[in-house]
Design a protein around this ligand. Sequence first.
Ligand SMILES: *Cc1c(COP(=O)(O)O)cnc(C)c1O
Length: 508
Amino acid sequence: MLDHTKAAMAETRATFTGDHALEMEEPLLFEIGQAEKSGVDIEEPEAFQSCLGGLERSDPIGLPGLSEPETLRHYVRLSRKNYSIDAGLYPLGSCTMKHNPRLNEKMARLPGFADIHPLQPQSTVQGALEVMEQLSHWLLTLTNMEAVALSPKAGAHGEICGLMAIKSAIAARGESATRKIVLVPQSAHGTNPASAALLGFEVRAVSAGVDGIVHAEDVASVLGPDIAAIMLTNPNTAGLFERDIAKIAELVREAGGYFYCDGANFNAIAGVARPGDFGVDAMHINLHKTFSTPHGGGGPGAGPVVLSARLAPFAPAPALVKTADGLRLKEDIEGTTSLGRITAFHGQMGMFVRALAYMLSHGADGLAQASQDAVLAANYVRVKLRDMMTAPYGDRNCMHEVLFDDAWLAGSGVTTLDFAKAMIDEGYHPMTIYFPLVAHGAMLIEPTESESKASLDKFVATLRRLGELALSGDAELFHGAPRYAPRRRLDETLAARKPVLRWSRDVA
Ligand SMILES: *Cc1c(COP(=O)(O)O)cnc(C)c1O
């Protein structure tokens, strides 16, 4: 395949239309539509009295007018440019881009779930509340925790929610003035320090050992009465299980702090290990990663937070309670220590339905197997590539994702970015690159449990072939990649320095 790639490099891809077979150029709606044209026939409005007190706009709104087929073609052409989990392997580490069973979609589209409104009388949505109740039950069972807040809209929002519970607990102990520091390892996802800082905590880095995990002695050496919490991801962002986690939790608790676990990587351990057993006080679960609900392109996500008995009294509203009249969302926090609402309404209902459908269709054995298969698939990729690529923490078993660095490319003139761009030409979405920051030129591969062996073999073979070309001195092939994508390399520096955030005819 790659020799074809090289031969084709010499050819020009110029066509009259700018289209290449099914891959079509697509201008913006504003460029193809005309403001004077209307796709529908609307009658002139009858004379009416404006209630806007003279604030109504007087100039034309300038929306592009398009016919229905023009509009449809626009969006269909754009949709063909998407790389998606339904198009191919999506090895984006730290993101768990896994197959979303269609059964979940079917359930979420049942009118009884899809057409209800959060302001409907609660007596009319008992089924939806029962889904929330069952989902809560299984999340608590899988994590062995005391309480769960379903409303956070994403992992990062869950971090905020969990840290707010920690902040409330510290305030209730009268220690707000002294407990100000949140410990975060250097390998953490950027949302961890950002969440802590947003809530007014001071972020202090803890470093990991040469084996890539955080050691209990290193945590012990920085603990004191000023520590509010530690945020630790397990498995961590290098794809490694934090072996000292139970000891670290114990030390932090003894020092009067709280243990926040970033549960975004729960896909590696769900059904196998329970965070409550290793001393977690608060943990968000990315339903959109672990329980298969679709994500990417900005949402929607769902980041429920499970809380320990110490933090449960501070859980946000609404609380889901059983009453004689059925299930109720209790909004009133008078006389409680609840931290209050963190968002309008009750969370992402559609994601709750999908996640519960995923759990129930897998069963306990299926959830455990999904985790084990995810770990197996990552280790398969690791073992198949380890003689060519280099790993920052040596030849160790990984969890659901495998981390390589760029030491093996030294002297080849090919960077991690070049390598990723060449993968695009081969029809793959690249792995996560340059994250975590602790590995030089990081390449973080998460194949997930739903890829077949044949699919993993083809992926490995592609990476090996690209690797051979890189090491054989064919740097040019890489510097020019991608050649077959709708756009080649973008000037990211220019885009960052001079962002054009609003379209206007002059820019076009
Ligand atoms: C994805 C992720 C997050 C953030 O979750 P969002 O749902 O994207 O807000 C936090 N931590 C880790 C380790 C993650 O992988």
